[in-house]
Design a protein around this ligand. Structure first.
Ligand SMILES: Nc1ncnc2c1ncn2[C@@H]1O[C@H](COP(=O)(O)OP(=O)(O)OP(=O)(O)O)[C@@H](O)[C@H]1O
Ligand SMILES: [Mg+2]
Length: 360
């Protein structure tokens, strides 16, 4: 899929902006503080409902305005056009529209607009805690295996309920019912993740052989509970501990995707540039795998493409982006310099200046 048009209103420093992006490469360039990241962020919001930058929703709304709107025309894999809209006001109220109809669930929008983002901070994916890698895996499972979402929503509710109950005396008498449900949903979530990772790892390892040929990578998905136990048995084993801590210490919410290079934790071995290339591979391949499994192409957003990669790494990454034949938005201060990294036809350049954007 790709965005045929994008219209934003009162988003960050943009009063209004309208773009008709290229189906392939789009270069967003301009000086510091002009609005490049904000433009990328507005597209990201369509696929995630939130920003990738820290802060509150209110900060996305242009100063002294009541709400922002991001509206896009999306062409899906069968060539059909859809209109999607996302509006959020200062009180936090959200309005979603798909083809003019009101939509309650954000997941419906997210499914239509799969997005992979790379920013200089994306390195968190490989040096940060397990949560970011869980989210990474879950993005893939969500888009590839549609039944995952209901299991995930069901499990999240159960986790909340169980955590509240653990603080109450009643838990000792009621645990059987809760733990059984928790185990059923939890095991299913792990199975979805395992299936996804099993399918995905060989594609990823191939890409990494090309990106970082001096290392042998290994990916291990940890379920979030004792390896040799069912989740039901693990819950029983850890019950007293859970009651003591007042929260569930085992389950798929504790899962982890370990990434090893030559048998070592990548964050202890690779340089920052190499870690960034690893992240680039993780993001690229997740998009490729989605296309392989479902025929759906994702949009790649790359903020500040020149940061930290040497020219060889940059060209590997840029070539792979072009080869994906997906829609790509990259931002940089100097547009022409970035253009020279890509061997792409049908490129569009957008100059951003003080919250306005013009096609060049
Ligand atoms: N809610 C808001 N309303 C108005 N302006 C805002 C709001 N939030 C941020 N800004 C301003 O928007 C401007 C654009 O920020 P943005 O991060 O998009 O710039 P950029 O082009 O990516 O810059 P850099 O090259 O430094 O990364 C900043 O000057 C910022 O102060
Ligand atoms: Mg920026």
């Amino acid at each position: 899929m790709y965005l045929e048009s994008l219209a934003i209103t009162n988003f960050r420093n943009f009063a209004t902006a309208n773009l008709s992006p290229s189906k392939t490469l789009n270069i967003i360039f301009g000086a510091n503080g002009s609005g490049k990241t904000s433009l990328i962020e507005s597209i990201y919001c369509l696929g995630f409902g939130r920003s990738f930058r820290s802060g509150t929703y209110r900060q996305l709304i242009r100063h002294e305005q009541d709400s922002f709107i991001v509206f896009a025309r999306v062409i899906d894999q069968s060539g059909q056009r859809h209109q999607v809209g996302y509006q959020r006001d200062v009180a936090g109220d959200v309005q979603l529209r798909i083809n003019h109809a009101k939509e309650k669930r954000f997941s419906a929008l997210a499914r239509m607009v799969p997005i992979q983002l790379m920013t200089p901070e994306s390195i968190e994916l490989v040096i940060g805690g397990p949560r970011v890698r869980r989210q990474y895996v879950d993005w893939g499972v969500f888009h590839v295996e549609h039944s995952f979402y209901n299991d995930w929503v069901g499990f999240s509710k159960l986790l909340k309920q169980r955590n509240s109950l653990l603080k109450l005396k009643r838990f000792r008498t009621e645990h059987e019912y809760w733990d059984q449900q928790f185990a059923t949903y939890g095991e299913r979530i792990h199975q979805h993740r395992q299936q996804y990772v099993d399918g995905f790892v060989s594609v990823l390892t191939d890409r990494l052989r090309e990106f970082l040929p001096n290392y042998e990578f290994e990916f291990q998905l940890k379920s979030g509970w004792d390896k040799d136990l069912s989740l039901g048995d693990a819950l029983e084993k850890h019950r007293e501990q859970d009651i003591r801590y007042g929260h569930s210490t085992v389950g798929p919410h504790k899962a982890e995707l370990r990434i090893l290079a030559n048998g070592e934790e990548v964050k202890n071995l690779l340089s920052r540039g190499q870690l960034k290339l690893l992240v680039a591979a993780l993001k690229l391949v997740q998009g490729e795998y989605l296309q392989h499994k479902t025929g759906v192409q994702c949009i790649y957003l790359v903020d500040d493409i020149t940061a930290e990669l040497d020219s060889e790494s940059q060209s590997k990454f840029c070539d792979a982006l072009v080869a994906s034949q997906s829609q790509v938005f990259v931002s940089a201060i100097e547009g022409d310099r970035v253009l020279s990294f890509f061997n792409s036809q049908d490129t569009k350049m957008f100059h951003v200046e003080h919250g306005t954007v013009k096609e060049k």
